[in-house]
Design a protein around this ligand. Structure first.
Ligand SMILES: Nc1ncnc2c1ncn2[C@@H]1O[C@H](COP(=O)(O)OP(=O)(O)OP(=O)(O)O)[C@@H](O)[C@H]1O
Ligand SMILES: [Mg+2]
Length: 271
């Protein structure tokens, strides 16, 4: 079996006296989606920031293709093929689709002081790349990204990462703010990235979204991997229970029902 594209071995991360991650072991292979599940504050973002070169592990090691790696900064991780798409797609609303696609890697024509951004070429490449991903509603590279839907923006960011040769795609809650149809579209694109052989790390709170794309699941509770299993090993209810930190969903539902009965007609207070 080939080595995982990316692996963490016994990784701890502390900020001064605050221990956030403990003994993290995880791996992701090419053509596989690893879903990272966990409640608010569990350490998911800290984990992916460590994988993408923002933080250095306090202890333990990271490996790419079986070789130890140390990233001094996010740029280095990016150059090694680790692309991280943050919530809202990390795109620039006031830029055109073509511009946005090539931020930091613009195709130019001419030379020296006459070098200019080749808008038409950029637009043609960007539109072609997103269309190949099945995002058929983007046909004009001059369109502003701000006018795209949340799902289209996420999709654009993923298509961009794949176009520039990412091998690992890290998605921090890409479907969190989306409606059902848009979330389904993003999930299809995640499956397409996987089909193309990328290793995907998908962070979500939504069990159904995880189950739609995940091959492998890791549940993070208070900075430690509390469960690690493959598709088909656990039911949706079992996964939901794990994510609730061991609190059974059935118990949670019963307590909500109890609340509703005693407050008949009065909705729970909004936060
Ligand atoms: N730079 C830091 N310094 C100190 N503590 C930090 C730092 N970054 C994160 N933490 C702490 O680590 C814990 C985990 O935070 P993190 O953002 O990784 O959680 P998360 O799982 O991504 O949560 P959410 O689902 O809300 O996004 C929190 O208690 C947070 O306060
Ligand atoms: Mg987070």
């Amino acid at each position: 079996m080939t080595a995982p594209v990316l692996e963490m071995r016994n990784v701890d991360k502390s900020f001064g006296p605050i221990d956030v991650l403990h003994e993290i072991n995880l791996k992701v292979h090419a053509g596989e989606v690893l879903c990272l599940l966990g409640d608010n504050g569990a350490g998911k973002s800290t984990l992916i920031r460590t994988l993408s070169g923002v933080h250095k592990p306090t202890r333990g090691e990271m490996l790419m293709d079986g070789e130890a790696v140390n990233f001094s900064n996010p740029k280095q991780a990016q150059q090694m093929g680790i692309a991280t798409v943050h919530q809202f797609g990390g795109t620039y609303p006031l830029m055109s689709v073509g511009r946005n696609f090539f931020v930091g890697a613009e195709p130019t024509k001419g030379w020296g002081p006459f070098k200019v951004f080749d808008r038409q070429k950029a637009n043609a490449i960007a539109v072609d790349a997103v269309q190949k991903f099945g995002i058929t509603r983007i046909t004009d590279g001059d369109r502003l990204v701000g006018g795209l839907s949340g799902g289209e923006r996420q999709s654009l960011a993923i298509a961009r990462a794949v176009h520039f040769g990412a091998r690992v795609l890290i998605l921090d809650e890409p479907t969190a703010a989306l409606g059902v149809k848009q979330a389904a579209h993003v999930l299809r694109i995640v499956n397409e990235a996987k089909r193309r052989g990328l290793a995907v790390i998908f962070i979500t709170h939504q069990v159904m979204h995880a189950m739609a794309v995940g091959d492998h699941f890791a549940v993070l509770i208070r900075g430690a991997i509390a469960a690690d299993f493959r598709k088909g090993d656990k039911s949706r209810e079992e996964i939901a229970d794990l994510m609730a930190g061991g609190e059974s969903m059935a118990d949670l539902e019963a307590s909500i029902e109890g609340y509703m009965e005693t407050h008949e007609g009065h909705p729970p207070p909004a936060h």
